[in-house]
Design a protein around this ligand. Structure first.
Ligand SMILES: [Zn+2]
Length: 220
């Protein structure tokens, strides 16, 4: 059973559209992002994921991964493709051609918790089908928008046949688990904190608190 630390990125570089304060906190300056990646090089227990399908995925993030020989999973929203500031359909294929994995982040980037069955079907299944058509292969990993999930969402993800699901609960993950908690790298997170997380994990007390919160979320 090997434990991994999964980092999660969002937009990088100049902010290209009006975004909420919460999203701005997750949108990294280029230098900060590159410095985080430098800490990741050679750390074989660290996995990289990128959410939302921003245009910066192909403009800054993938090239920065490639310069360091890193790979990642890019969780894309099918319904936002080809809209201003987001990835184009062709860019998704380009990311894949560059060795990146494409995952599903739903259709229009809304929290999956609280949706009715029809809405959930569109977010979990129709979006996946749309991405598979673009990628020409199976898309079997999903990341919950805003890290929002509950029992109903997890049941829907299982029924849709996803092989792995990613949350934003922090802490480390067991590579063989179906639910994979990630740590969102934020604008205000000092590099020393990222380095400690990579080298030592979140610490026993923090990991215990993370695990307890997670169990409550899965049961609600
Ligand atoms: Zn998102």
């Amino acid at each position: 059973m090997s434990r991994v630390t999964i980092l999660n990125f969002h937009g990088v570089g100049p902010v290209t559209r009006t975004i909420s304060d919460g999203e701005r906190e997750c949108w990294l300056e280029r230098d900060h992002f590159e410095s985080v990646l430098d800490l990741v090089v050679g750390q074989s227990h660290v996995r990289l994921t990128v959410d939302d399908g921003n245009a910066s995925d192909l403009e800054f993030i993938q090239p920065a991964f490639a310069r360091r020989g890193l790979r990642g999973i890019f969780f894309v929203c099918s319904g936002l493709l080809d809209q201003a500031t987001f990835l184009r359909t062709a860019s998704v294929r380009e990311l894949q051609a560059q060795g990146m994995t494409i995952g599903c982040h739903g259709a229009i980037h809304q929290p999956w918790r609280g949706l009715n069955p029809q809405q959930l079907q569109v977010e979990l299944a129709a979006s996946r089908t749309a991405l598979e058509k673009i990628c020409g292969k199976s898309v079997d990993q999903a990341a919950c928008p805003f890290g929002s999930y509950d029992r109903t969402v997890l049941r829907g993800l299982r029924a849709t046949g996803y092989a792995k699901v990613y949350t934003s609960d922090g802490g480390t993950a067991n590579e063989s688990d179906w639910i994979n908690p990630r740590t969102t790298i934020t604008r205000s997170m000092p590099l020393a904190e990222v380095q400690a997380l990579i080298l030592r994990g979140p610490g026993t007390l923090r990991q215990a608190s993370i695990s307890a919160k997670r169990i409550l979320k899965e049961m609600r």
